[in-house]
Design a binder for this molecule. Structure first.
Ligand code: ADP
Ligand code: MG
Length: 254
């Protein structure tokens, strides 16, 4: 994938109570290898954007394309990770990470070896016979990510992936997940309501307004090379400047 493009997307939900306007004229592009975060007040339409990109929802109007092809005939695969890791408690780590491949009838030796390598590279191989409830929250998220990566998606969508974790686990999980995404050369779009998390992981941050969401700002994040991980970035002098910049844009008043 070179470019994912959202162009003039509007989304209205029709319910018994009437129409909820969720998105209003949202346009942006995401380029290969980027890590984009979408921040905005609760209920503004962030998950709606990911669901539209995933093809789970059709926008009321506007277009989404990947490399100038519409989502429908796009040959690209999209991986989706949620706040809850959606691991199956009755399956071992190994069977959880193979699940997607099994469902898609792609359980070849070659693919199994790839998954084995992912588990080994990211220090989970020793836990392959464990069950999810024997793992920490951060490890569970890594297993969920590897299950998604097993299908070799071109774009990863992450919806508040760390919000079920406590603060300390959240810091280390975001550091680990970031590392995996970078080493595997994946393009990622993450929704979060945590400004610090967004700054620590992204090269660009899209700031949305209150519902109906309009795109208020598209901020490029750049740190000196020595700040090469989310944890180190939090120590960078520029971190606070970005934080204040985004804080001022965010409209979280009731
Ligand atoms: P966010 O992820 O930013 O918290 P969402 O994208 O989930 O927000 O929702 C945006 C708005 O659309 C909210 O007001 C929500 O109640 C409404 N909404 C979301 N999904 C539906 C749906 N399936 N039907 C009706 N309204 C919905
Ligand atoms: Mg949401």
């Amino acid at each position: 994938m070179n470019e994912l493009n959202m162009s003039h997307v509007y989304m209205n939900y029709h319910t018994l109570k009437g129409i909820t306007e969720a998105l209003k004229d949202i346009s942006f592009s995401v380029y290969n290898g980027e890590f984009i975060s979408i921040v905005g007040p609760s209920g503004c339409g962030k998950s709606t954007i990911l669901n539209i990109i995933a093809g789970l929802l059709a926008p009321s109007s506007g277009n989404i394309s990947i490399d100038n092809r519409s989502l429908n005939d796009s040959y690209l695969k999209i991986g989706y990770m949620f706040q809850k890791d959606q691991l199956f408690e009755w399956l071992t780590v190994w069977n959880n990470v193979l699940l997607g491949l099994r469902i898609q009838h792609k359980l070849t030796e070659e693919n199994k070896n790839k998954v084995k390598k992912l588990l080994t590279d990211y220090t989970l191989w020793d836990f392959k016979d464990h069950y999810p409830n024997q793992l920490s929250g951060g490890m569970r998220q890594r297993v969920a990510l590897i299950r998604t990566l097993a299908l070799n998606p071109s774009v990863l969508l992450l919806d508040e992936p760390f919000s079920a974790l406590d603060y300390q686990s959240r810091l280390s999980a975001s550091n680990e997940i970031y590392k995996i995404i970078k080493l595997e050369n994946k393009t990622a779009i993450m929704v979060t309501h945590d400004i610090s998390e967004a700054i620590s992981m992204s090269n660009r941050i899209l700031v949305l307004s209150k519902r109906p969401a309009i795109l208020k700002k598209d901020i490029t994040i750049k740190f000196d090379e020595k700040f090469d991980s989310p944890l180190k970035r939090r120590e960078a002098p520029k971190f606070r400047l970005y934080f204040n910049d985004i804080w001022e844009e965010l409209d979280i008043s009731e």
